[in-house]
Design a protein around this ligand. Structure first.
Ligand SMILES: *Cc1c(COP(=O)(O)O)cnc(C)c1O
Length: 343
């Protein structure tokens, strides 16, 4: 059984058929999101039933867009630990701090969740090859899941992308193209080349199903905190899949009656050298504007003009959240502090 009812534009509300290979809203060009019959999901699944299932991305199958019997393209992503960090909490003067440690995913980052789901759905709906612009980890994950699906992948990365991510994509058989500029330049190239080649464009949030994979972080967080939400949720924000996806998970579980109360305050953290969300938030702007000359050690955060800026800002507004920029020196110092206090 599938509980997906349709795919909806997050801006104009236009409904689209979830059984078609979709990219962005066909009416206004904005970001699409999957919608479910949540009352039927709630009537069909129980928390006890969930406990009997193995961990991983498809534990919450009813809240994924998969068709009945659809075989996922999977390498065992998801099901990562939520670690209590008592020594760090003490150091910061807080009662509780947890980290969702996403490093155990098949490609070493949470990109595995989104790309696994997007490639699963796109293959089912007829895609025969994939292209993705990437700051590194998304390209690696696309290459690996493309290989798993038996379909070709091309990755376009800006110069300066970490060699480990390029190696990951090359070893998995993808073609990797390096371009001058940032991920924005890479994205412009992919949006021109992909339709000509007939390959599917997996750019961040320019198709509706990567979000559904990323959303599973929020579903897991809810279960790991015994069906409650934290007060504050801090997220390293680049393209926005995590911020928007975790909020979507909480909202769906709330509509099912599995969570109560207000969502946590979402805090988007960006690097000082590339902080379009922080700037737009401070200015009270409705969407983000392109950040000139993005530079940061945190390659995953080097996203100067995110497609879903508007949707990220609305998560921050709706959860009474905030957006903060930190220096690369502060990122490195925090890595050391975390490693020394908690391993
Ligand atoms: C992609 C990425 C991010 C940004 O995540 P979004 O959900 O796209 O905002 C942050 N950190 C790492 C390591 C990443 O690979």
């Amino acid at each position: 059984m599938t509980f997906l009812t349709h795919v909806e534009c997050t801006v104009c509300g236009q409904r689209h058929d979830g059984k078609r290979l979709l990219t962005v809203c066909e009416r206004c060009g904005q970001m699409l999101a999957a919608r479910y019959d949540l009352a039927r999901v709630a009537a069909h699944v129980t928390k006890a039933l969930l406990r009997e299932r193995p961990p991983g991305l498809y534990r919450f199958r009813e809240l994924t867009p998969l068709d009945p019997g659809e075989e996922p393209v999977t390498l065992g992503e998801g099901g990562t630990p939520l670690l209590a960090l008592p020594r760090l909490a003490g150091h910061l003067g807080l009662r509780h701090v947890w980290a969702k440690d996403e490093g155990g995913n098949p490609t070493g980052t949470f990109k595995a969740r989104g790309l696994g789901m997007a490639i699963t759905r796109a293959r089912t709906l007829g895609a025969t090859g994939f292209m993705v612009p990437s700051a590194g980890n998304a390209g690696g994950a696309a290459a690996v899941y493309g290989a798993r699906a038996g379909l070709p992948v091309a990755v376009v990365v800006p110069r300066g992308t970490p060699t480990a991510a390029i190696a990951e994509a090359l070893i998995a058989g993808a073609r990797v193209f390096t371009v001058e500029g940032s991920i924005a330049t890479a994205g412009a190239i992919v949006s021109k080349a992909a339709p000509r080649l007939g390959w599917f464009d997996l750019s961040t949030l320019k198709e509706p199903y990567r979000l559904e994979g990323k959303k599973t972080i929020g579903l897991e967080l809810a279960e790991q905190l015994q069906w409650s939400m934290p007060d504050v949720l801090i997220y390293p924000t680049g393209g926005g899949t995590g911020l928007i996806g975790i909020a979507k998970a909480y909202e769906e579980l709330r509509a099912m009656g599995w969570l109560d109360g207000a969502l946590p305050r979402f805090i988007a953290v960006q690097a000082e050298g590339c902080a379009p969300v922080v700037r737009a938030w401070r200015e009270g702007a409705p969407t983000t504007a392109a950040w000139e000359r993005p530079t940061t050690l945190a390659a995953g955060l080097r996203v100067p003009s995110p497609f879903a800026g508007r949707q990220m800002l609305s998560v921050l507004r709706e959860t009474r959240g905030d957006a903060l920029a930190v220096s690369d020196a502060a990122i490195v110092a925090a890595q050391r502090l975390l490693a020394r206090l908690e391993g």
